[in-house]
Design a protein around this ligand. Structure first.
Ligand SMILES: Cc1cc2nc3c(=O)[nH]c(=O)nc-3n(C[C@H](O)[C@H](O)[C@H](O)COP(=O)(O)OP(=O)(O)OC[C@H]3O[C@@H](n4cnc5c(N)ncnc54)[C@H](O)[C@@H]3O)c2cc1C
Length: 382
């Protein structure tokens, strides 16, 4: 990947690969089986600077580019998608909105702590009745003197149980045409009325923390407002564009991890007197999927580079996420097939990859939503 990588990217890739092999691979199967959040990894990730890759050194970040960040997520996901999404949700959805829209006082209060892994941050956009239609937010924030009173609920919030701060959307101007009239609040998760549900039982990403949140007459100070009043939907969409690049990188890593396992197995397993990759039904699909993954890799790195160049990446991020997540699902499915009956047994990691992959075409905008985003960009100006 010489056309994209500088020396620092190769060094970072080596470091994360080494960390994932030594610290994550030995516990990945247990995290999945026990549905355990790896709390012990957070300080280790922070120590290596992996919780602050794209943020400035002023706040304790590594001051590296988006490409570096995608490399981190890709390498983590080759081994364990749960750890990868923990980091990706923290950085793209938890820390980024504060970094992008926070006042200096808000940044000073939280960024150093978040990057040092003192606590995580989460992103409360999705609601029981507002997922793809995120502008349909029902949570309300009503001004009362120097405070806001927030009531409502959020669903499927990653890292919610381990976060010190949550960026959440609420309607602040009920008379405005949606998605206007929505604002983002940066809420301390210890605030009375901030109710954290139990961990969701999931098909995959079982080492990642996902919970529902309820807000009951939750009073937050006026300075909990993040950025400008009533433009919260646009702020969250901006954060999500970055988030989509990271989920695309996660998908890429999972796909590559599944392909590597399939190639290895196809070169070991024999049937009818020959290695199974010699059967065209297997060998040609391996070649085809490897090509698709390579195409996805270019889309992902290209989107990251465009973002670093300050370009509008709405279309590029949606294309990268769409392509990479769909190929992750296909690759993990095929990797199980290549393993035959063993692919269905938990001892083989492709079984976990298969379950982990499905959410990639759903979270941070379903594949259908990515296509709508791409279509809107294609029709722009016509
Ligand atoms: C494990 C996990 C972690 C998550 N983490 C977070 C998080 O940290 N923060 C957060 O805010 N959210 C999070 N989410 C929520 C996620 O972003 C939503 O689930 C997703 O956006 C889809 O919303 P929904 O589930 O309400 O589905 P719906 O929006 O109800 O969609 C149902 C189906 O209808 C389709 N559909 C909907 N509208 C259209 C349309 N206009 N055209 C064509 N098809 C359409 C969808 O593509 C989908 O197939 C998480 C979800 C999961 C499963």
């Amino acid at each position: 990947m010489k056309q994209y990588f500088q020396d620092e990217h190769y060094m970072l890739q080596d470091m994360v690969r080494d960390f994932a092999a030594k610290e994550i691979a030995p516990i990945a199967e247990e995290l999945d089986r026990e549905e355990r959040f790896p709390v012990e990894l957070i300080p280790k990730l922070a120590e290596l600077g992996l919780l602050g890759i794209p943020f400035s050194e002023r706040y304790g970040g590594a001051g590296m580019d988006t490409l570096a960040y995608t490399i981190v997520i890709e390498e983590l996901a080759k081994v364990d998608s749960s750890v990868a999404i923990t980091v990706a949700a923290h950085i793209s959805l938890g820390v980024s909105p504060i970094f992008l829209f926070g006042s200096e006082a808000q940044k000073d209060k939280h960024l150093n702590n978040l990057i040092a892994g003192e606590y995580l941050a989460c992103f409360g956009l999705t609601e029981p009745e507002a997922g793809s239609d995120a502008g349909g937010t029902k949570t309300t924030a009503i001004r009362d003197g120097d405070e806001w009173i927030i009531n409502g609920a959020k669903n499927f919030i990653t890292n919610a149980g381990y976060s010190g701060v949550c960026n959440l959307t609420a309607v602040t101007d009920p008379s405005a045409k949606r998605p206007g009239g929505i604002s983002v609040f940066m809420v301390d998760t210890k605030t009375p009325g901030f109710i954290i549900g139990p961990p969701e039982k999931k098909m995959g990403w079982r080492g990642s923390d996902t919970r529902a949140l309820t807000f009951e007459n939750m009073r937050v100070p006026a300075d909990a407002l993040l950025g400008e009043l009533d433009v919260g939907f646009q702020q969250m969409m901006t954060a999500l564009v970055g988030g989509r690049i990271s989920v695309a990188a996660l998908s890429l890593g999972l796909a590559q991890g599944a392909l590597d396992a399939a190639i290895k197995y196809a070169n070991e397993r024999e049937a009818f007197g020959k290695k199974i990759h010699r059967f065209q039904g297997i060998g040609l699909q391996l070649a085809e999927i490897a090509t698709e993954i390579e195409a996805a890799r270019h889309l992902v790195y290209h989107a990251a580079m465009l973002k670093d160049q300050g370009e509008d990446v709405v279309k590029a991020a949606a294309m990268a996420k769409l392509k990479a997540s769909e190929i992750a699902v296909r690759t993990s499915d095929f990797a199980v097939q290549v393993h035959g009956g063993y692919g269905y047994i938990k001892e083989f990691q492709v079984e976990r990859f298969f379950r982990d992959a499905k959410v990639l075409t759903i979270g941070e905008g379903t594949s259908e939503v990515q296509k709508l985003v791409i279509l809107k960009q294609l029709m722009k100006g016509l």
